[in-house]
Design a protein around this ligand. Structure first.
Ligand code: PLP
Length: 391
């Protein structure tokens, strides 16, 4: 089905129908599967075929539909869905871990990703952090060779964009596996695998759910990596995705392309309307030419993203007053939701980082992360303008 576009794949690929030939994907709420005979059970434990299941910790038909559909959209050989985005990162890193391994990572990472890398360092992994937007730093860190390279394509919360193709070239020359958390880019219009990532991770809790209903995560890669490296560790350690959440996220894929495009279009409109506003020290949006990595974003994605970052000139006090004055967006910490969501990273998601680390990452007291939802863009602009005017 390789010739279909992502939009078509997102609606049809991976479907498995029961004997009733249902149209909508069924939820197989079962942890186990009945064998016709003792011989069949024995055979299945020796080798499990593509449409055969043993236990939901290893695989489930609804989860399998979701995995196959995402692998097809991303363009990888296979995929494995797990209970959350963090389970996807953790199981990937643990499954790939080797004694004395050398990891090179972009420094602007989600706090929990940093936690896992620090955990690996306790067991002897050498972890080197670089400025992900600096080719020179990647080159310097990778000349000595590496086992694994980890990065988030668009960093949280300052929306730096990393050139996947550039890092893939350097990582592969160094002998490293390139693992990319592509959650902020979404799987539509921004395939990381096509640009050279070996393993692509999504927190499906975000845009793929799209309504803030439940957690999920997926790891996409070659059949070799998924079945040879990832699955043996994953199936014994229990981060399995529930079939119900797999079904919710599967149905989320039906409308993902439409939603992401609409959100990105609104984000671009809001960014243009706010550029140069006197209350803002900085307005960060990868889709605008004034973004430092605009050229990379334009090459790598066919939209500018659904996230904005606003740095309020008046610091924390102004940021809090702005958040409290907004009528439409909710104050929370999810993203990719139909509802616009505003977050103050310095006091919530990134609270635990030491001040010098926050400074290095650009997490200033005035910084507000804005996840643009599906509301009317004009309503959002008017709401933001009114909240800024009150400062
Ligand atoms: C949210 C997020 C995660 C973690 O995903 P959960 O589903 O919350 O566990 C990892 N990486 C990025 C970039 C995220 O935005």
């Amino acid at each position: 089905m390789g010739e279909w576009k992502a939009k078509t794949k997102a609606v049809h690929d991976g479907v498995r129908r029961s004997q009733y030939n249902e149209v909508s994907e069924a939820i197989f709420l079962t942890q186990g599967f009945v064998y016709d005979s003792a011989e069949q059970a024995e055979a299945r434990f020796i080798e499990t075929g593509p449409d055969e299941f043993i236990y939901a910790r290893y695989g489930n038909p609804t989860v399998r539909m979701f995995e196959e559909r995402l692998a097809s959209i991303e363009g990888t050989g296979d995929g494995f869905a797990v209970a959350s985005g963090m389970a996807a990162v953790n199981v990937t890193l643990m499954a790939a871990a080797q004694p004395g391994m050398r990891i090179v990572a972009a420094r602007a990472l989600f706090g929990s990703c940093l936690y896992i890398l620090e955990w690996l360092a306790k067991f002897g992994a050498e972890v080197v952090y670089v400025d992900g937007t600096s080719e020179a730093e990647w080159r310097a860190a990778l000349t000595g060779g590496a086992d694994l390279v980890f990065l988030e394509t668009i960093s949280n919360p300052t929306l730096e964009v990393i050139d996947i193709a550039l890092v893939a070239g350097l990582a592969h020359a160094a002998g490293a596996l390139l693992v990319v958390d592509n959650t902020f880019s979404t799987p539509v219009g921004a395939s990381a695998a096509a640009r050279g990532a070996d393993v692509v991770i999504y927190s499906t809790t975000k845009h793929i759910d799209g309504g803030g209903r439940g957690l999920g995560g997926v790891v996409l890669g070659s059949e070799d990596f998924i079945r040879g490296t990832f699955e043996p560790y994953a199936k014994h350690t229990g981060a399995a995705l529930s079939p119900f959440n797999a079904w919710m996220h599967l149905k989320g894929l039906d409308t993902l392309d439409l939603r992401v495009r609409a959100m990105a279009e609104s984000a671009a409109q809001i960014a243009d309307a706010l550029a140069g506003h006197a209350a803002l020290g900085r307005m960060i949006y990868p889709g605008r030419p004034d973004h430092p990595q605009h050229a990379v974003a334009a090459r790598q994605m066919d939209h500018g993203g659904t996230m904005l970052a606003l740095d309020l000139a008046g610091g924390k006090d102004a940021a809090f007053r702005f958040l409290n004055a907004l009528q439409i967006p909710v104050i929370s910490n999810n993203l990719g939701d139909a509802k616009s969501i505003v977050t103050h990273p310095a006091t919530t998601t990134h609270q635990r980082l030491p001040d010098e680390q926050k400074q290095l990452l650009g997490i200033t007291p005035g910084l507000v992360r804005f996840s643009v939802g599906l509301e009317d863009a004009g309503d959002l602009v008017a709401d933001i303008r009114a909240a800024l005017a009150g400062l």
